[in-house]
Design a protein around this ligand. Structure first.
Ligand SMILES: Nc1nc2c(ncn2[C@@H]2O[C@H](COP(=O)(O)OP(=O)(O)OP(=O)(O)O)[C@@H](O)[C@H]2O)c(=O)[nH]1
Length: 972
């Protein structure tokens, strides 16, 4: 089955664009977009390519998905790890790492490889110090720089510093493990930090100020992973050691000092007289910013725009004193503060994965409003209704619309905020943004008003027998109208132009006190068209076969239509009065078409009739009543009526006259009715046989001519009686609007195809059936194909042949396919022009073949796709709950360490407490620091929130697993 590239990318945990490239590299051309589909063979090819271990393959590049900061601890000092850091020197968060890697790859797909190789050589040839220098650029200082015995690189840096003439001291660079394990700087710290913010002063308030090679010495524990490195500039002087900034004795596991690298004016770096060291200012500013944000957003993980603090500080020479600061030194001046604000805005733009420009604009807007972001917290799983606009998705997911628009733009789709996306596109965008999307059905006015009417079950004691509704079908001129005329005692046939039935007629007669309703249609197309609209008014089909002609092509089609409608068939073998006819031949024809006459041991009643002599009329009526009795057609006359419009027209003096048949309930004069986009109050009703005879009420199975609709309803539309004319008007108008929208935007209804088979029918416990209409050049081909198709027999899925006949595809076939949701197979024949355009209009698939095995191959694949896939569990890893955070509006978040394996976001977790499984839940969110993570590997900390489970306790063990579905084939 075809798989979209973005879906495969999701499965392989790759970026869609990377996968597009991979396809090209794997020798699969023409896959220029993530929306392109891959065949199974191509998927296998891609996977093989990925498993080939090519250095330059995206498998290698996918490693860049792992954040460098997270990778480093695993193999401290190893060349590989250094390379990872080096190739994404400016990326300090996983997201940025991926972005940097992508950027590098876009510019030069082999750049990473080249760069890595270069660095590797460099790392071998040159002192480690230089490598470390580059590698550490994205990091930030957390403590006063000081010499270290552990890292010789620091020494090298010191030398470098002295040669550059800057008064810089190197601060120790802790080992990656140290960095990871330092309280407040580990991955979990990002999550904990917001708790710190809430507390006065914050945990870091008392930390000594730091001046490093940066003008932005924000401590790593305050979101270091989000900071962007800046180009190296002059080194700042070290302030005189004070009690406050004196370096603390270094613990062995303490984190290494990290070095942000940003540009700031010299006066800021130098520190004005009376101002406190820059690091302290920034830390404080950051803390108050975050604390304010946490307070306003209820402690969520989102980043707001500017803050009140910022605006308050603007233009002030002195800032407010921090709660945790009592040194009496002033904040930055207005200009400096503005510069900081601007930088912060830029940086946050990066963090939000937005363009700086877009981000700044967003922030500016936010500032104008309230100073904080009003966006909803970002979610991992969203539910939207189709069609989904950019705004809908943005609001549902809590992400900026611009982010969505950018994804669309990358796919060449320029979308405005109110433009809607179809299901595929919405899914794609969501996947690109790391969201899981569910589609909710929109509740329409139609659903609201009519669901109760449609779904209402009639109480058993209210159900009463109703007359059967009988439809005449058959080949042209075989005598349908004549028979009906004879049965009801009128003569319509002579009044029809050219003797061909022009209109749908519907009459009710009485026979021995029991009613019978007849519907005569102009050919079976009308019958099928009505069925296509879901208006199956027929209870019993009378197949009229002229005894002198036998089964003709239209008879065959009529048989198919009646079979597809799944109604009992009674054959009227007509024109039996014609001398010299051979009824046995017609019976044999019927038998050959699957209608075995009862007198030959089958279950089809064949009544010999003559519309001219009246022979067999009573017999036919009796047979029909018997079949009706057997089927016990019942309805509830004590409810509001519902039924179907058969035909309608504008008549001078009367207005709109609609011929309707009541299917349940009782229709009365004065009732409010809605039918398609027509509505009105029933002004009058007339008998269909006697148009002068007014009727006050019409019970089940009664056809009437109805006056009162504002406009002529289409044939096949259902009508309903509502209580309120205003609601009826509203509903009719909304349908009219919808019809207009559909006609403007859609390509017509889509019926089942071999490609959408799964989506249409899906997996279900019931046996799934694919309806087929087979047209072939010769009878022999049909037999051969049918024989092959029997081999596709399976207990869960089956093929149902509605029609197998010789000749080209006709409009009738398309109508039948549309009504029955069937696929048309044309073997060595073609559809005529009318059939082709009708198929386009109705969305019916016509598949042409010239080799039989291709039919069976295609059908086999389609049917295999309908088989319920096998599910099996894949253990991913185990995570230990180390700390529990109760966060208002979010719930309980478990701060965990991954003990073994990997924790993935779209997984499930069994909660184990005291060696007992106490529950099984899906992961709602998975975070590293403040960022959503797709996966967290062994040894790292993360925050996990489980869906619907808040009773997490420290010491709980999450056994994380996912359920994989494996497609089945007929062979397994
Ligand atoms: N001899 C004989 N002729 C019949 C009989 N039934 C119908 N006919 C004739 O067959 C011709 C066609 O009859 P219709 O009733 O119009 O046939 P139909 O199937 O309704 O035709 P369409 O409305 O065009 O689909 C008419 O000339 C009838 O008089 C019959 O039982 N015996």
């Amino acid at each position: 089955m075809a798989v979209r590239i973005y879906a495969l990318a999701k499965e392989l945990k790759l970026d869609s664009k990377e996968l597009v490239d991979i396809c090209t590299r794997a020798g699969i051309p023409g896959k220029g977009s993530a929306l392109a589909s891959l065949t199974e063979g191509e998927v296998t090819k891609v996977k093989q390519y990925l498993n080939g271990g090519n250095d330059k393959s995206p498998k290698a590049s996918s490693s860049t998905k792992a954040p460098p900061a997270m990778e480093r601890p695993k193999a401290p000092g190893s060349a590989n790890e250094r390379m990872k850091v080096i190739v994404t020197p400016r990326a300090t968060s996983p997201l940025e790492a991926v972005k940097a890697a992508r950027l590098a790859e876009e510019t030069d797909p082999e750049s990473e490889f080249v760069e890595e190789t270069a660095v590797e050589q460099e790392s071998q040839d040159q002192p480690t110090a230089e490598v470390e220098e580059t590698a550490s650029e994205p990091t930030e200082t957390t403590a006063q720089e000081q010499p270290t015995e552990e890292t010789p690189t620091a020494e090298a840096k010191s030398q470098e510093s002295s040669t550059s003439g800057a008064a810089e001291q190197k601060q120790p660079e802790s080992s990656p493990e140290d960095t990871k394990s330092e309280p407040g700087s580990g991955p979990l710290a990002g999550m904990l930090r917001r708790e710190d913010y809430i507390g006065p002063g914050g945990a870091a308030a008392g930390k000594p100020p730091v001046v490093g090679r940066t003008n932005k010495p924000k401590p790593k524990r305050e979101g270091g992973s989000q900071n962007r490195a800046r180009p190296a500039i002059k080194l700042a002087p070290i302030p005189a050691p004070t009690e406050a900034n004196k370096p603390k004795p270094k613990k062995k596991e303490e984190a290494k000092a990290l070095k942000p690298d940003m540009k700031l004016p010299a006066e800021v770096l130098g520190g004005k007289a009376g101002s406190k060291p820059l690091a302290a200012h920034l830390r404080k500013a950051e803390r108050s910013l975050e604390a304010e944000r946490a307070r306003k957003t209820g402690g969520t993980f989102i980043d707001g725009g500017g803050t009140d603090d910022d605006s308050k500080n603007k233009g002030k020479g002195k800032g407010p004193k921090g709660k945790g600061e009592s040194d009496g030194r002033t904040m930055l001046g207005g200009r400096e503060q503005r510069q900081l604000n601007r930088r912060r805005s830029n940086r946050k733009g990066d963090e939000d994965d937005s363009s700086n420009r877009g981000s700044r604009r967003t922030i500016r807007r936010t500032n104008r409003k309230s100073g904080t972001s009003s966006a909803a917290p970002r979610k991992g799983r969203v539910t939207v209704q189709l069609p989904c606009t950019v705004r809908d998705l943005s609001e549902a997911a809590g992400i900026p619309a611009m982010q969505i628009q950018r994804v669309l733009m990358q796919e060449g789709v320029m979308a405005r905020i109110n433009d809607s996306m179809d299901e595929d596109l919405t899914e794609f965008v969501a996947a690109e943004l790391g969201l899981e999307v569910n589609f909710a059905q929109a509740v329409t006015l139609e659903d609201e008003l009519l669901a109760s009417i449609r779904d209402a079950e009639d109480p058993e004691d209210q159900l009463q027998p109703r007359p059967p509704v009988i439809t005449f079908l058959g080949h042209v001129d075989h005598g349908k109208t004549s028979l009906l005329d004879r049965l009801i005692g009128i003569n319509v046939v002579s009044g029809e132009s050219g003797g061909i039935t022009q209109h749908i007629r519907a009459y009710q007669i009485e026979k021995d006190g029991a009613g019978i309703s007849f519907v005569d249609t102009p050919g079976h197309e009308a019958f099928t068209e009505m069925r296509a609209r879901g208006a199956n008014v027929t209870d019993i089909a009378v197949l009229v076969v002229a005894a002198d002609d036998g089964v003709m092509p239209q008879t065959e089609e009529a048989i198919s239509h009646a079979k597809a409608a799944d109604v009992p068939i009674v054959v009227a073998l007509n024109k039996i009065d014609i001398p010299g006819i051979d009824p046995m031949k017609a019976m044999a024809d019927l038998s050959a078409n699957g209608l075995q006459p009862s007198e030959w041991g089958g279950d089809i009643e064949v009544v010999k009739t003559s519309a001219i002599t009246g022979e067999g009329m009573d017999d036919l009526l009796e047979t029909l009543l018997t079949v009706a009795d057997l089927n016990e057609y019942r309805a509830n006359p004590n409810r509001n009526a519902l039924g179907t419009s058969l035909e309608s027209q504008q008549e001078s003096g009367h207005g709109v006259v609609a011929k309707v048949i009541v299917q349940n309930g009782t229709l009365r004069v004065g009732d409010v009715v809605v039918c398609g986009d027509a509505y009105g109050r029933v002004r009058a009703m007339f008998d269909t046989l006697n148009p002068e005879l007014a009727i006050e009420e019409a019970g089940p199975s009664t056809p009437v001519n109805l006056l009162g609709f504002n406009t002529a309803p289409a044939a096949g539309e259902h009508f309903y009686v509502l209580d309120d004319i205003a609601k009826a008007r509203e509903l009719a108008e909304s349908r009219e609007d919808q019809a207009r929208r559909d006609s403007l935007g859609s390509t017509g209804p889509v019926h089942v195809t071999l490609e959408n088979l799964f989506d249409r029918l899906g997996h279900s416990e019931e046996v799934q059936t694919l309806n087929l209409i087979l047209r072939a050049d010769v009878r022999g081909s049909i037999e051969a194909i049918q024989k092959e198709l029997t081999k596709l027999d399976h207990p869960e899925v089956k093929l149902k042949s509605l029609l197998s006949t010789v000749g080209g595809v006709t409009e009738g076939d398309v109508q039948l396919a549309a009504a029955s949701d069937a696929v048309i197979l044309a073997f060595n024949v073609v559809p005529d022009e009318k059939a082709r355009s009708l198929a386009d209009k109705l969305g019916v698939q016509i598949r042409r073949y010239d080799v039989i095995y291709k039919i069976t191959d295609d059908l086999k694949l389609a049917l295999e796709g309908m088989l319920k896939p096998e599910e099996h569990e894949v253990e991913l890893g185990r995570a230990l709950v180390q700390q529990v955070f109760k966060i208002s509006r979010i719930g309980t978040v478990a701060g965990c360490r991954v003990l073994t394996g990997t924790v993935e976001r779209n997984a499930r977790a069994r909660v184990i407490r005291d060696s007992t499984v106490i529950g099984d839940y899906s992961l709602d969110t998975l975070r590293r620091e403040k960022d959503d993570a797709k996966e967290v590997r062994e040894g790292f900390e993360c925050g996990i929130k489980l869906t619907g489970f808040n009773d997490v306790k420290e010491g709980d063990l999450f056994e994380v697993y996912k359920v994989e579905e494996i497609g089945r084939t007929f062979d397994n």
